[in-house]
Each structure stands twice: as structure tokens, then as C-alpha cells.
Design a protein around this ligand. Structure first.
Ligand code: TNX
Length: 522
């Protein structure tokens, strides 16, 4: 299982077998959508009727658990008489159902009827997360991804109890979220992407759909508007945002660090006030990310003047500030979350420490561990390598508590695995870089420190392979992992797969691939 639960015990003489007349019971109406979605998937793969009913069932979901379970904790028992999941909240039940899916045979996730038996070895599990923030970031600016493509990502990361999706919505190459008061941002600034092809953007309705789809899977979207650098798309859309009132051309290459807002112009802050207001209005979560990274063409004194003013506007619109670790060089408002993307660079560590000294908390995305856009090894075609080659072991084998020296455990909110998309332009390529590394970062965020052990983890990871096959995930068959023989011989494809997303009511997963595309080679 991934993430490894806090405590699990086998019930050696017990086996649960899902009967054809099984029912799903629940005692909390707020968990109805969770039960309905779970039942819908199981109906598809088992062919059973699986009615959802009030009260007890063959599988019972209950929020009668104690508050000591916290928002995400749950207890699960599977024995010969049934399965029960008990939590304190509906969210806890959702995490428990995620575990139940992993206890069932992989074919339970199939999109067509399969033969049983549907057995679970008797077990009791008691589980809750180590950290409250377990995220993935998707860069939709360098390459744009449609609502359906992002839904596919949401489906897959939710399997590993990820609870934040950070969307990098603006950068030099494209502005991807509609802003009514500055319409040219998307009309012009979102029209292209890396390589010069047409880009795209989310209308307000589409963005709301994404936020809701994530929320239905207990994932909070964290929107990022990158400032004051990484802003060419905005600067190209509105000349007045530039120092000399001269708009640059759209940019479709992949250099960083050349763009900057005009720090000393009032219009810059009028613009950010509008943008943050409109983005905040579409954000049920607490956090709004203002970027702040790699502002190489903003003089440092101007950068230090800019960040507090931008941060104040985020706070004005009711959100807590999140930003890349560079923002910690100046004063931060209360409640700021600083995202650490350093490697072993002492300068970055000093900034993280400076953040904590100011009372900020940290989300850890060390680039040489958690960056999903780094190549696995020298032969990987996709990805970059500036932070090093990141094998599955390298991405898993670190401890969030000790990564940044001299910060207390209480200052760590959790972890996030970013996927920058300079080299990634379709879902099959996303999947190839995300799997199998993301589950390891998700485990670092969820599982107890004592459970983290590479040699045990790689065995558990191998067990996920058949699940990804069933779900049609184009995962990298990393040679470090002892995949089952049939998975090892089947090479994954970087390019051919393009998945469609499922309707929310039918399944959480995407459609499986046809055998033909699954077996084609890279
Ligand atoms: C650095 S890390 C960036 C991004 C790039 C990424 C590529 C950080 C906060 N910024 O602009 O896309 O490297 O790996």
C-alpha cells in the first residue's frame, strides 16, 4: 500500500469476499458522493448492483469516529463479515476509501466488467497523515493542459492521498486564467505556448469546474500568479505594465529570468489588486501563491520593495500568501507559507530559515528530490537536468523533518512535487514523469517517519504497477523496481497515449488504453 498506513495488522484467519448482493451503507449524508462514486466504479468492474443505503452495509462508511482521528484520519477493518471505515469527517472517509481501493484487486479499477473473486485479506488499519499539506504542482503555462487533462491528473494523484493541487497559472509563455478586468491576459497572453503552438486558457466556468472536481476528491487548488518575474505573457498583453510602456513580443522559448513588472509604477499594483481579487474569488482554499522566484531582472532592492506590496494585496483579498523561498528575504505577512525549492544550496537554506524565524511555515519541494520534471537518468528523453538526475530512490530517500537544518518540526507544513512543463505537452508525458515518483513524495507527506524505508518501499511500489496498467497510466518502468515480469517487458510510451477523462459519475480513473497503444514502444 502507498502511502504506508500508520498502523496495520493482519487478521490471519479472516478474508473478506465481496458478495454479488453487497451493499454500501453510510450514516452521514455528506459522505453520499464518496459512496456513490466508489459504488459506481465497483459496479463497472464487478457487475454487481451495489446499492448505496443509509445505515450499515456490507461495506459501511461512518463518521462516528472520535475527533482524535482529525480531519483526514480513519480506521478500517476488513474481515469475513464485511468492511467498515470509520472517520471523524467525510474527508477522513474519502482517505479510507482510497485505502480500500488499494486493498481490492487492481482489476477493481477497470473500466469494464471483470471476473472476481473480489477478496481482501483480513486486516485492521488505523491511519492519519504526518503532514497536512501533500501537494503536486502542475505548470499549465509553459504548456497548456485542458480541463479534461487536469482532471486526469487529479484522479491519479488522489489515489495517493495528495490533498493540494498547485496550478502554475502564469509565466513568460502564457497566461492561463481568465481575468475579466484585464481580458487581454488570456485573449493575447494565453494564445501561445512553448514551441509556438496555440496555447489556451481557462474561462471562469472552466476553472470553477476544475476547482470543484478537485474539491470532490478532497484536493484544494492553490492558484499561482507568478510575480514580479516570469511575467512576459502579462507584459506582452499590456504595454503599461512595462518600464518603458513598450510591450515585448509573446515568448515561446524556455529561458528564465528575463522579465519583470515595473516595480515603481502604480499601475502594477492596480493590476495585481484586480488579478488577485478575481483569482481569490475563485479560490475556496486559504492560499494564493504569488510566485516570487528567479526574478533575475528585477533589481534586488526593487524586489524587496515589491514583495510586501504584492503580499499585502493577497491578504487584502482574504488569502494567505504562499511564495517561492526567495520571498523570505524581506518581511512576510503572518500566515505566509514559503515553498522551498533549494537543493543543498546554503543560500536557499538561509532563506528558508529566515522564513521560519519570521513565523512562516514551509512546504518542501527540494529540486534535486521532488522536481518531477528532472530526468530519471541520462537516457530519459523528457525532462530537464539542471537539479540533477532524479531516480525513484533519489526522489524518495529523504526526510522532510531534517531537509532544512535548524528548523523545528512544527514549521513544516508538508511536501509538494512540482511538474514544470517545458518538455511536457501531453498527458502521457505527464504520466511518464509523475509515475512512479509522485507516490513516493506523497508517502513522505503522509506516512510516519518510522515507516520510511527505501527497500520496503520499492517492494510496495512494484505492487502499484498492475494498478497503473489497469488505469492506462504511461508510467516509467524504472529499472530500480522489480516490476512484475509482464510489466517489465511491456515498454511504456512517451508519446502515443492521450487519455480521455471519465465522467465524474462513472469512474475516478481515466479510460484504459487500448492494447495497441499500450504496447507501442518509445
Ligand atoms: C525553475 S524552481 C523554475 C521554473 C522552471 C524550472 C524548471 C522555480 C521556482 N522556478 O521556472 O520551470 O526551474 O525545472
Amino acid at each position: 500500500m502507498i502511502p504506508q498506513p500508520t498502523a496495520q495488522q493482519a487478521l490471519p484467519d479472516e478474508t473478506f469476499t465481496l458478495p454479488s448482493d453487497a451493499t454500501i451503507g453510510l450514516d452521514d449524508p455528506s459522505a453520499q458522493p464518496i459512496a456513490d462514486r466508489f459504488a459506481a466504479q465497483l459496479r463497472t468492474s464487478t457487475g454487481f448492483a451495489l446499492p448505496v443505503q443509509e445505515g450499515a452495509g456490507t461495506i459501511t462508511l461512518s463518521t462516528s469516529g472520535p475527533d482524535s482521528l482529525g480531519a483526514e484520519g480513519y480506521e478500517l477493518r476488513a474481515d469475513a463479515s464485511g468492511v467498515s471505515i470509520t472517520a471523524y469527517t467525510a474527508e477522513g472517509l474519502f482517505r479510507g476509501v482510497t485505502t480500500l481501493r488499494q486493498l481490492l484487486p487492481a482489476k477493481a479499477d477497470a473500466d469494464s466488467a471483470q471476473d472476481g473473486p473480489w477478496e481482501i485479506a483480513g486486516t485492521t488499519i488505523s491511519d492519519s497523515p504526518r503532514y497536512g499539506y501533500r501537494g503536486m504542482m502542475l505548470d499549465v503555462s509553459r504548456h497548456f493542459f485542458t480541463v479534461d487533462q487536469v482532471k486526469r491528473v487529479i484522479d491519479l494523484i488522489s489515489l495517493y492521498k495528495v490533498n493540494r493541487l498547485h496550478l502554475h497559472l502564469s509565466d513568460d509563455q502564457g497566461w492561463r486564467i481568465q481575468v475579466d478586468s484585464w481580458p487581454n491576459l488570456t485573449v493575447y497572453g494565453g494564445s501561445k505556448q512553448v514551441g509556438g503552438a496555440d496555447g489556451g486558457s481557462y474561462s471562469k466556468a472552466e476553472y470553477a469546474e476544475l476547482v470543484q472536481y478537485a474539491a470532490d476528491r478532497y484536493i484544494t487548488v492553490v492558484p499561482e500568479i507568478d510575480t514580479p518575474g516570469h511575467t512576459n505573457a502579462a507584459l506582452a498583453s499590456y504595454p503599461e505594465l512595462n518600464k518603458g510602456d513598450q510591450a515585448p513580443d509573446l515568448y515561446t522559448e524556455t529561458e528564465v529570468g528575463f522579465s519583470s513588472f515595473a516595480i515603481d509604477k502604480d499601475v502594477t499594483y492596480e493590476f495585481l489588486d484586480d488579478v488577485f481579487r478575481e483569482v481569490a474569488e475563485q479560490t475556496p482554499g486559504e492560499l494564493l501563491h504569488l510566485g516570487g522566484d528567479e526574478a533575475h531582472s528585477t533589481p534586488h532592492s526593487e524586489y524587496l520593495a515589491f514583495v510586501p506590496k504584492a503580499a499585502e494585496l493577497v491578504v487584502k483579498h482574504g488569502k494567505r500568501v504562499m511564495g517561492w523561498h526567495e520571498i523570505a528575504d524581506g518581511p512576510l505577512p503572518a500566515g505566509t507559507v514559503v515553498q522551498y525549492w533549494g537543493t543543498e544550496d546554503p543560500k536557499a537554506q538561509v532563506l528558508a530559515q529566515k522564513a521560519v524565524e519570521q513565523g512562516a511555515t514551509l512546504v518542501l519541494s527540494p529540486a534535486n528530490r521532488a522536481y518531477l520534471d528532472m530526468k530519471y537518468d541520462a537516457n530519459t528523453e523528457l525532462g530537464l537536468d539542471w537539479a540533477g538526475l532524479i531516480s525513484v530512490e533519489q526522489s524518495y530517500n529523504w526526510n522532510p523533518a531534517t531537509l532544512v537544518p535548524d528548523v523545528p518540526a512544527s514549521a513544516i507544513d508538508g511536501v509538494e512535487a512540482p511538474l514544470w512543463t517545458e518538455t511536457v505537452d501531453d498527458v502521457s508525458k505527464i504520466e511518464y514523469l509523475v509515475f512512479p515518483r509522485l507516490p513516493g513524495i506523497a508517502e513522505l507527506g503522509w506516512s510516519a517517519e518510522s515507516a520510511l524505508d527505501w527497500s520496503a518501499y520499492r517492494e510496495r511500489l512494484a505492487e502499484q504497477g498492475p494498478r497503473w496498467e489497469v488505469l492506462g497510466v504511461n508510467f516509467y518502468r524504472a529499472p530500480e523496481i522489480d516490476w512484475r515480469q509482464e510489466l517489465r517487458t511491456r515498454s511504456s510510451s512517451q508519446a502515443v497515449v492521450s487519455s480521455t477523462s471519465c465522467s465524474a459519475t462513472v469512474c475516478w480513473c481515466a479510460t484504459s488504453l487500448s492494447g495497441a497503444s499500450r504496447t507501442s514502444s518509445r
